[in-house]
Design a binder for this molecule. Sequence first.
Ligand code: ATP
Ligand code: MG
Length: 460
Amino acid sequence: MILIVDDDVAVRTSLGLLLKQAGYPARGVATPEEALQVVQAAPPRLVLMDMNFSLDTSGQDGLALLGQVKRLAPALPVVLITGWGSIALAVEGMKAGAAEFVTKPWHNDSLLQTIRTVLSLHEPEPETDLGTLSRRQLDKQYNFQGIVGQNAQLLHVLRNVGQVAATDASVLIEGESGTGKELIAEAVHQNSQRRRQPFVKVNLGGISASLFESEMFGHRRGAFTDAKTDRVGRFELANGGTIFLDEVGELDVGSQVKLLRVLQDRTYEVLGDSKPRRLDIRVICATNRNLADMVQQGRFREDLFYRINLITVRLPALRERPQDIPLLVQHFVDSLRATYNRPALKVGTRALHWLQEQPLPGNIRELKNLVERAVLVSGKDELGPEDFQAQFQRQPARSTETGELPEPGTVTLDELEAQMIRRTLEHYGGNISRVAKALGLSRGALYRRLEKYAIPFDAE
Ligand SMILES: Nc1ncnc2c1ncn2[C@@H]1O[C@H](COP(=O)(O)OP(=O)(O)OP(=O)(O)O)[C@@H](O)[C@H]1O
Ligand SMILES: [Mg+2]
C-alpha cells in the first residue's frame, strides 16, 4: 500500500485514483497524526507526502512529519511533493532522508515513473544477493563488455550499475579524468530497458552559456538572429532513451537552473516555439569534480545536485586498483594485435610489473595511450619496460626532479598549469588532440583550460 498524506481531499482522491489505476493500492490521510498511526500499524511500501499539508506554509510540519516517519521506519521511502517555489524545502527534505521529491503541479506519468524507480531501488529483486557476485557471475547477468577489471571497488561499481540500470533512476558518475566514466554511462544504458533507444552524449563543458538553450532544447528558424534553420535539441534527440550529461560540474549557474527545470518538469520548449513538449528520458551525469564541495561553495545548485544523484557511482582511480593494470594492458594489446595484424605482439612480465608501479595520473586513458605509443614506436613483438619508459621520458611533464620545478612560494598551481599547457601546445604545433593526450586530458577539459587561461589556440 502507498500512503498519501495531504490535507486537500481533492489531491488525495486524484492521487489515490492514479495510483490504483497503475496497480498500487493506496490510502489517503489528512493529518500527521493519522499518517504516523498508519506507519506504525501497517507500514506502507512508500509514503507520498505533500510538504505544505497544513495552513502553515513554511513546510516545517512536513519536515517534522518526515523526521518522525524516518524514526519509526528508517527504510520506508518517502517521496515529497512541493511547490516549485519551495524547492529549497525539498532539498531540506532530501537531507532529512526523503527518497525523492516531485514538484507541483505534477505530471501523472513522471510521478508514476518516480514511484516505480524509488520502489525498485528500495525493494531489489530478492533472488540475487548482489553483494557477493563475482566478475564472472556479473558477466552472466549483465552486459559489461569492454569494461576490464576485477578490483573490489570496480566490482562494487558494476554491481551497482547492474542493479540500478533497469530502473529509471538518475545516476551520477564521479571519478578522475580517464577512469572510465563514459564507459560506465554506456553500460547503464546498455543494461536498461532503453537500450534500443538513443544514447545521446552531451559535453556540458563544451557548451557556452549563451548557446545552452539552443543546443539542448533546439530552436526554430528565426528564433534569434543566427538561427538560419531549425535545429533539433539534444533532449529531443535523446527522447525515449538516455541522455549523458558529461562534465556537469562545468555548467554555469544560469544554465543549471534551466537544466533543473527540464529534469524537474520533464517538459521543455524549443526556442521560438512556445508549445511545451514532453520528455521521456533517463539522465546520467558525470563529473571529475567534487560536486558536494561545489554545492558547499555555492557553485553548484543544491536542488540540481539532488535531482541528478539519486544514485552515485564513484570510479576508483587507477592507482587505487594497480592489480587491474596487467589486465588492462593485455586488453589493449589484444585489440592492437588485431588492428595492426601483428599476431606475435605481447608485453613481457617485467614490463607489466614496471607499469604497475607508475603513478599514471591520467588513469586508464593515459595507460591506453602509453601502450599504443610504445607498440607503435618500438615496433617490437615483445615489449619490455624500456619501451614504455622511453615513451614516458618523451613527455616533458613527467620530470620528477625537483630542480626543474620553480621554488615553492614563487608560482601558483594555476600558473604552472597554464605554463605547461603553453609548452605542450608549442611542442605539438597546436595539435589539440595530441596536446590533450599528452596532458592526460579529454579535449573538452583541455578546451576549458585554454579558455580559462585565455591561451590562444586553433579550433580543429
Ligand atoms: N575498465 C576499463 N576497461 C577497458 N578500458 C577502459 C576501462 N575504463 C576506461 N577505459 C578506456 O579508457 C579511456 C578513457 O575512458 P573514459 O573516456 O570512459 O574516461 P572518462 O572518465 O570519461 O574520462 P574524462 O573525465 O577524461 O572524460 C577510453 O578509451 C575507455 O575505453
Ligand atoms: Mg569522459
